[in-house]
Design a protein around this ligand. Structure first.
Ligand SMILES: Nc1ncnc2c1ncn2[C@@H]1O[C@H](COP(=O)(O)OP(=O)(O)OP(=O)(O)O)[C@@H](O)[C@H]1O
Ligand code: SF4
Ligand SMILES: [Mg+2]
Length: 319
């Protein structure tokens, strides 16, 4: 369904160019949920925005590579085509729903607008569908809610409204950028459950962007691990948890609090931080934080290679 080939996103600022996404490739199959995992600043959101070309005019980057959706290259598509695809065939849910809900318009108007743009339904049919979808995402007061403004809703309710809005046109692909990070854990679990149910019902494929290994374990079949703008590991979720091959993925696993871990076992923080885009001139981008780094690692960049079928890693010394 989605095939991203060698995506590079280059911003120009103060006469310098930086590429926070630098040669990223991955696929999402029909009905599949794929996780895009990585620390803050590794390029997850820039990747997501590139897929739908959703950058504000003021910071439009140069996009290279291919983003194929059912065979069609979205990076080469014209603006009218992109408008018909956004929200209709590919929908996106952001971390903070207030960034995508308009505070000045009633909930019902905003959701109805999606159907007005992409279907030929009349006013009454639109209202009926909007209310049905709000009920489906667990908002029982849906008939009153359509007349409310976003600020009168709680964070969890707003995120449900966002999910309703995203699924209203039955998109083939849903891109979720940290959809539950801002919510407390019980609401987070409810929202993830809801997304799983809706995915099963509608057969929507999901690209789930997160820094949370727990969300990946709960939701995804495959996972793509990003570091400093590159893919460093890719495999099924089961393989990744059973046998992480890349030192960065291994470090992420050790940095995770395990409920069933040995009591008193210390968490291992990953020393240092993700390097800023463009700051590593040569070699492996993880070398400064990697316990296994040697001269070869610092001198040349390892390629992303299959270590066994379906499992790829970008490391000279994968486990
Ligand atoms: N408009 C822009 N111009 C220049 N650099 C940018 C721009 N937008 C993002 N970046 C840089 O791209 C890098 C990746 O940012 P991105 O928001 O994709 O990270 P992320 O993985 O989504 O992190 P988080 O988990 O915190 O959301 C950062 O170093 C950021 O400063
Ligand atoms: S290539 Fe070297 S520095 Fe990079 S992750 Fe592998 S062992 Fe570590
Ligand atoms: Mg982000």
């Amino acid at each position: 369904m989605l095939e991203v080939n060698n995506l590079k996103v280059e911003f120009k600022s103060h006469g310098k160019s930086v590429a926070p996404v630098d040669g990223v490739s991955f696929t999402v199959g029909d009905n599949e949920t794929v996780g895009l995992l990585g620390e803050s600043g590794c390029g997850k959101s820039v990747t997501a925005l590139s897929l739908l070309r959703l950058f504000p005019m003021a910071s439009k980057p140069l996009l290279q590579g291919e983003v194929r959706y059912n065979g069609r290259d979205l990076l080469a598509a014209n603006d009218a085509t992109m408008r018909s695809i956004r929200g209709n065939q590919i929908a996106m849910i952001f971390q903070e729903p207030m960034t995508s809900l308009n505070p000045l318009h009633r909930i019902g108007t905003q959701l109805g607008e999606m159907l007005r743009m992409h279907t030929k339904l009349d006013r009454q049919q639109i209202k009926t569908q909007v209310i049905a979808m709000l009920q489906r995402v667990g908002l029982s007061r849906a008939t009153q809610l359509v007349d409310d403004y976003p600020h009168s809703l709680s964070g969890g309710m707003r995120q449900r409204v966002m999910i309703a809005m995203a699924l209203l046109c039955k998109p083939g692909l849903l891109i979720c950028d940290e959809p539950t990070t801002a919510l407390d854990v019980t609401i987070q679990a409810q929202i993830l459950d809801l997304m799983r149910d809706l995915q099963r019902e509608q057969g929507t494929a999901i690209l789930m962007i997160t820094h949370d290994l727990g969300v990946v374990a709960e939701m995804c079949e495959r996972v793509v691990v990003m570091y400093a703008g590159q893919v460093v590991e890719q495999s099924t979720v089961r393989d990744l948890f059973d046998s992480p091959a890349h030192p960065y993925t291994q470090a992420l696993m050790r940095a995770r609090p395990a409920l069933d871990g040995i009591p008193g076992q210390p968490l291992m923080a990953i020393p240092g931080a993700v390097p800023l885009p463009g700051s590593v001139a040569t070699g492996c981008r993880f070398a400064a934080r990697c316990p296994k780094a040697d001269d070869r690692c610092r001198a040349s960049m390892p390629p992303l290679e299959a270590i066994f079928p379906g499992h790829m890693a970008r490391c000279w010394y994968p486990d």
